[in-house]
Design a protein around this ligand. Structure first.
Ligand code: NAD
Ligand code: ZN
Length: 356
């Protein structure tokens, strides 16, 4: 079966486009309770952007810190219950932040209309009803969360997305000015997520002319961005590269780095983009050209990736990470082939984790 997906309905791109947000939301302030919920990365609390958030009288504005942990099912359930108890069903949800805030906005939109805990809906097409209107405004680029059809949540049992067509944003606002303040290390890790999405999307059996065209352009942009560094001009390009890398993997698949990264994140809580960088550094056997270029970017930007992390991990921890990775057959099917179990065994995976 070929993938048949819904895309983001409306996209605005350009410097200063954030100031159009009020006008964009206006026609959606309808129904009995025409208020909006803004979910803003706590980084912007007290920063100039705060006064530019187009909140009106009854709107709710939450500043959410994403420093402590990645989005959780409990966090979404609590937020949903609080909002519904306070003001009832809103007309829309707007997420202003990175991959974490965008996933929170997508998940909240769905959970406002679907009863029970978000843990019930972690997986593919488990959501029963469309969510409320939702808008994504990225402030750090690379994950592709702005165009993806999943909202990744960590629950008591699994780290898995609420994945369905209704997850996709109705509107995204891509304003390159918003990513100017991203610290250099985050700029690198999150930007590298895009680069890795493209390398993995390209190297596997599900790659096709459609996914390839997005990856090819995104890789060209990444090469320019990571040879020049963080400038207003490269920020514009990074926003586009992130989106195209996200589209490429949507119509192909991610591979070895993401399969291992999920294991590391699930068991130790390591953040997605950083975990990918730690792992990519050791995947010469699988992506020799991509890894060589990745290492050049690391060296050029003086990024320090710690070594010998696995010295601290006991066999039980490594086995658990390997189990999470092994249970992602769609990624292995793509990266290695349908006969992947002949070469990718638990021992191979444990050895890969021991390289970290
Ligand atoms: P993030 O949202 O976790 O933010 C990283 C850091 O950058 C935070 O400290 C944040 O406060 C800060 N920050 C954000 N914007 C800033 C700005 N303009 N200036 C200064 N600081 C800023 O970062 P991320 O890497 O974009 O997202 C990672 C999350 O995305 C993970 O939770 C991961 O699971 C998720 N993810 C989702 C998808 C998807 O398709 N839904 C794909 C990949 C990753
Ligand atoms: Zn990724």
């Amino acid at each position: 079966m070929h993938k048949n997906f819904k895309g983001v309905e409306k996209t605005v791109f350009g410097r200063g486009s954030f100031d159009q947000l009020g006008d964009i939301l206006a026609p959606h302030r309808t129904g009995e309770n025409p208020y909006m919920v803004f979910l803003v990365d706590a980084y912007f609390n007290g920063k100039p952007l705060e006064s530019r958030v187009p909140a009106q009288n009854n709107d709710l504005v939450y500043y959410i810190s994403v420093e402590e942990h990645e989005p959780t099912t409990e966090q979404i359930d609590t937020l949903r219950d609080e909002i519904l108890a306070k003001q009832g069903l809103p007309a829309g949800v707007v997420g202003i932040g990175g991959g974490s805030i965008m996933d929170i906005a997508k998940a909240l939109s769905l959970m406002l209309t679907n009863e029970g805990s978000s843990t019930l809906y972690q997986g593919l097409n488990l959501i029963k009803k469309p969510g409320v209107y939702h808008v994504g405004v990225p402030t750090i680029s690379g994950t592709g969360a702005e165009v993806s059809m999943t909202a990744v949540l960590t629950g008591p049992e699994k780290k898995l997305g609420l994945k369905c067509e209704w997850t996709v944003f109705d509107q995204i606002v891509l304003d390159p000015d918003l990513i100017a303040t991203v610290p250099r290390d985050w700029w690198f890790y999150t930007g590298m997520d895009t680069y890795i999405h493209c390398v993995e999307s390209e190297n596997g059996q599900f790659n096709n002319a459609y996914s390839h065209a997005f990856a090819e352009q995104s890789l060209a942009l990444c090469r320019e961005i990571f040879s020049k560094g963080q400038t207003p001009e490269t920020d514009e390009k990074l926003m586009v590269a992130s989106l195209m890398g996200g589209l490429s993997l949507t119509y192909s698949e991610v591979g070895v780095c993401h399969a291992l990264s999920y294991g590391l994140s699930k068991i130790l809580g390591t953040r997605h983009c950083y975990a990918n960088c730690l792992i990519m550094n050791h995947l010469d056997d699988y992506y020799p050209e991509g890894v060589a270029e990745f290492k050049q970017f690391v060296a050029q930007h003086n990024i320090t990736l710690p070594q010998n992390l696995s010295a601290e991990w006991d066999d039980d921890t490594i086995t658990k990470m390997a189990e999470v990775s092994y249970n992602l057959p769609h990624m292995w099917n793509h990266a290695i082939g349908y006969d992947w179990k002949n070469t990718i065994t638990m021992d191979v995976l444990k050895d890969l984790f021991r390289r970290l």
